[in-house]
Design a protein around this ligand. Structure first.
Ligand SMILES: Nc1nc2c(c(=O)[nH]1)N[C@H]1C(S)=C(S)[C@@H](COP(=O)(O)O)O[C@H]1N2
Ligand SMILES: [Mo]
Length: 315
């Protein structure tokens, strides 16, 4: 099938001779080396920098991570298109710096913070988590980040803060997918406050030791390893403490298919497919599917959060 020309990409006739010799990534790298831009290049050409972090083997899976190539070219980020290779191809003009995050709602301290001020107090760690997409595939990602709870506590949420709501940036000029009503933009997500405070819940700012590529949610995204991947909202610009359960994008879009909780649950099928097993991205073509684990393998740590809750009803 022939694809329409993407206006964000130059036609072959528009590529200047110099670009044939020096790709954009190399140009960005040399500019960064000269201090002309704040940060250097990433795998796919976005701004990227090496991070300082400590490994956290206790909270890491004993599984080989997927390749950087798999993790950065097989993505869901509908703001850049609905095909798995769209985010890598169409997010290169996205500017993840400068960046501010608004903290609002039921907390003693609120306001809009520069990203660096927001991140400065937090020591980064690497955690290898499995990402289980609701589409029944999975991959293993070496995230770099810090516990969301450590960030939230700084703002002193009050007793009415029962939930935390998150919002992705709305920037159709740089996010071509936002020009189409695929979802109700901006993408929004939410967690119950105890889920948000759980030590497994991560604010990821990098992967494979580098700042996040745009297609993975630069400059900061959520990672909740016991939930389906869509809870891991990318490119966050607002975090709001709320008393009521906040709306979430996929639940708004198809409420019978996607619930608020979205805990990985092999015994509750999606209405259109089974959740009992998963395909590992990057595995050999005829590799067997893997059994999906309750809470994506984190039942021991998180099942207690849902005691007394009917997980068939609260999918
Ligand atoms: N803003 C935003 N966040 C998003 C999505 C999206 O389309 N937009 N897709 C979600 C889905 S369905 C998954 S599986 C993960 C994929 O993360 P990855 O591309 O880093 O693997 O991002 C989640 N976060
Ligand atoms: Mo997903």
């Amino acid at each position: 099938m022939r694809r329409r020309h993407d206006p964000a990409r130059p036609l072959p006739s528009e590529i200047t001779p110099s670009e044939r010799y020096y790709n954009r990534r190399e140009i960005m790298a040399s500019l960064a080396a000269l201090g002309a831009v704040g940060m250097g290049p990433a795998s796919a050409g976005a701004a990227s920098a090496r991070l300082k972090f400590a490994r956290n083997p206790q909270l890491s899976l004993n599984e080989a991570p997927n390749s950087l190539e798999d993790i950065t070219t097989y993505n869901n980020f509908y703001e850049f298109g609905t095909e798995k290779d769209d985010p890598a191809k169409r997010s290169q003009k996205f500017r993840a710096r400068p960046w501010t995050v608004k903290i609002s709602g039921e907390a003693a301290r609120t306001g809009t913070y520069e990203l660096d001020d927001l991140l400065r107090p937090h020591a980064l760690e690497e955690r290898i988590y499995r990402l289980r997409c609701v589409e029944a595939w999975s991959m293993v990602v070496p995230w770099v980040g810090f516990p969301l709870g450590d960030l939230l506590k700084r703002f002193e949420p009050n007793s009415r803060a029962k939930y935390v709501a998150f919002k992705t940036v709305l920037r159709p000029s740089e996010m071509p997918g936002q020009r189409f009503p695929v979802l109700d933009w901006p993408y929004v997500e939410g967690l119950r406050i105890d889920e948000a405070m759980h030590p497994l819940t991560l604010v990821a700012v990098g992967l494979y030791g580098q700042t996040l590529p745009n297609q993975n949610g630069a400059p900061l995204r959520l990672v909740v390893p016991w939930k389906y991947g869509f809870k891991g909202i990318k490119s966050i610009v607002e975090i709001r403490f709320t008393e009521k359960q906040p709306p979430t994008s996929w639940n708004l879009s198809a409420p019978h298919e996607y619930g608020f909780y979205a805990n990985v649950n092999p015994s509750v099928d999606h209405p259109r497919w089974s959740q009992a097993s998963e395909r590992r991205i990057g595995a050999a073509l005829f590799a067997p599917r893997r059994n999906t684990l309750p809470f994506n393998g984190y039942a021991e740590q998180v099942a207690a959060l849902y005691r007394g809750l009917d997980l068939r009803k609260h999918y």
